[in-house]
Every structure is written in structure tokens, then in C-alpha cells.
Design a protein around this ligand. Sequence first.
Ligand SMILES: Cc1ncc(COP(=O)(O)O)c(C=O)c1O
Length: 403
Amino acid sequence: MTSKKLQSIIDGDKEYLFQNYGDRLPVCFVRGEGSYLYDQDGAQYIDFFSGIAVSSLGYGNNAFSKALHRQVETILHSSNWYYNKEQVEAARLLSELSFPGKTLFVNSGTEASEAAIKLARRYGQSISPDCYGIISFEGSFHGRTFGAMSATAQEKIHKGFGPIVPGFTYLPYNDIKSFKKEIGSRRNVCAVITELVQGEGGIKIIDGSFIREVATICAKHKILLIIDEVQTGIGRTGEVFAYRHFDITPDIITMAKGLGGGVPVGAMHARSDLSKYLEKGTHGTTFGGNHLASAAAVAVLKELKKPACMKKVKHSGAYIMDRMRALQKKTDIIQDVRGMGLHIGIELKKPGMDIVKRALDEKLIINCTAEKVIRIMPPLTIGMPVIKQGLSILEKILLQEVD
Ligand SMILES: Cc1ncc(COP(=O)(O)O)c(C=O)c1O
């Protein structure tokens, strides 16, 4: 039963907001603590979703809250007309936690993709006027602005917007033959952009041998390799950045989501020598990396630096996957269990939205992506007792399902 409080929020949403998102689930979260969320009527939920992998440190993390409070009380914004010490510190930490390079701060994952695309295009133009081709892979998701949407190899994302940005080629994911054929037949490719685990595409993990060959070919042809770490980065897969699992070094990584722990901030981090292609006046954003956003990123990155943090993600992720694989043996409705760290997909043999709704009724927050894949992405800091509590609910629901 929808409470009066919730109903009035729903009514307001319908009256005053664009209805561009899929049907919202009937709950309004008003508070969080650890890995629990609380709704408008005070009910407690276990969070296995982190607001699409954003609330990386959960809710009310002491060091994070203190850093934000301090920043709110000093300065939120000045603009990129001026130097910004929090931005410098966030960039320094990113170089330390990925590869030595330079960072450009933006406000979302989409904008991080956009920045990488613009950098790649200017790099290509320095080689030849024809060198503007960018390759991406089927099932990918890179964002919703025109450039990022055009990099996204999904027709349903392009539909109804008229011509998308020219110059993008979509190839099958994990198919080295078609990649080699494409590269062999042209000389106008400036970049390849890919996720290492397709998140929106259904937690599809890239083949190690595929991405290593792609990286080698890119290096040989001086094609930039852009790894979209918007969903996989910031510790989600058990390494601070997922490329670390694959023994490759990208030229550019993009990130957002977990970087600000809930404060909107994104970034493009690139090899230092590439920064010259986005020279003065070529790109920018008013808010990008403002004092608050950068202070949030610094606080998150400092937590990630602690060795125990990634160890915990690996351990928690392995535990969840073990339990889900054990469950797979007891029920017919699970097709596959896959993931890395706390970026986990349970592919069902049927659409999963009903399961998400039933879990919500049982006060467990999960998500479904690519229609059939239940996605589990709790805060990186989630404790074992809460994991066990959440899994027991999920197991009960999945065992009640029949094929
Ligand atoms: C891999 C990837 N890239 C880019 C984006 C776009 O990020 P944002 O929604 O912050 O614009 C997303 C969002 O889900 C994503 O998963």
C-alpha cells in the first residue's frame, strides 16, 4: 500500500518532472546509514545497488562526511578561472592510483566520454584531416550526449534523435577477427573506446586475450585506447581501475559514478603527452572539479588507497558469487553468474524486473539490466552481516521462482 506521504511525492513527480526515466520504483529514500537506506516512512532497506555504483563508501562514512562538511563550510565553487587545490590533490591521487598522467574534471560519466572523444578527435586531426574514426563495441554504453551516445553501440539509444555524430564504427565485442579486419582495411581510426565489463550491457566481461590484442594493435597503429571506467572504476571490480586486471595500460581512462561517492563528479585521465591536444580554449565546463566535487573525490580516493579496501571488495564479491553459484545449482531460473569484485550479474532465463520489485517489497534494493540480468553493486564498504542478510532475501525470492 502506498502511504499518503509517498503518494504526494509521486503525484508531484508526474506533474512537475519530465517522465524520461523508466517507471520509477515506488519508494523515496530520505536517509542512509552504512549500507542501509530509509524511505519516506522510516522503513529500512539493504542497499545492493549504491544508486548505480555511485555511493561507493555507503552512507555517512565518517572521513567522507567530515571532508564534505569541512568543504561546505569553506568554499563550494570558484570556477576554472582560478587555481583549485582540491582539484590538484584529486588529480595527483588519480595519477598515483592509475598511471602518471593528467586529469580533466567534468560532472558525469557522459561528459567524461565526451571529453575523451574530443581529445581523440583532436589527436586524430593532428595526424590527418581524415583521421577521426572511433571504434566501439556492440552492447556498450558510454553516455547520452551526442558524442557519447554516438559512441554507444546500441540502436535503442540513438533512436528518434536524427543523425548521430559521424565517424563511429561498431564492432562485435570480444571478436578479434573482425577487429583485425577493420583495422587492416583503414588508416583513419584515431581511437578505440571500450568498457572492460559492459555494465548497462548486462555485466559482460571482456576476454583478456581480446583486449590485450586490441591494446597491442592500437599501440602499433598509434590508435588511442580509451577505457571507459565510469562503472568499473573507483574500486568496483576489486582493483581501483579494472584495466589493472587485464595487464594493459590505456592511453585514456574515463570515470565518474563512485568517484564522488554521491557528489556529481567525473574525470578523464590521460597520458600526460596527450594533454597538449586539448590546448587552451578547446574544452571546459563551469562546474568541472569545483571545490566540493574535488574534495569529495579526494576523500573517496584516500579511502581507496587503504590496502584493506580493495581486499574487502574482492573478498565480499567472491563470497556473493559463491553463494549465487551454489543457488544456481538449486534452481533452474539462473542462466549464469558472473562479475568481478562487487560488480556482479546474475543472468536469469526470464526478465528480471519482477524480481527487483519483489526484492523491494522485502526491503532489498537490487537492479535489473539488459532485461534479464540482476545487477548487484553494493557500497564497497558493505559489511559481511549485511551481505548475508541481503543474500538470504534474494535466495528466498529466486527459489520461489519457477522457469
Ligand atoms: C560505462 C558507462 N559509461 C558512461 C556512463 C554515463 O555516465 P553518466 O550517467 O554519469 O552520464 C555510464 C552510465 O551508466 C556507464 O555505465
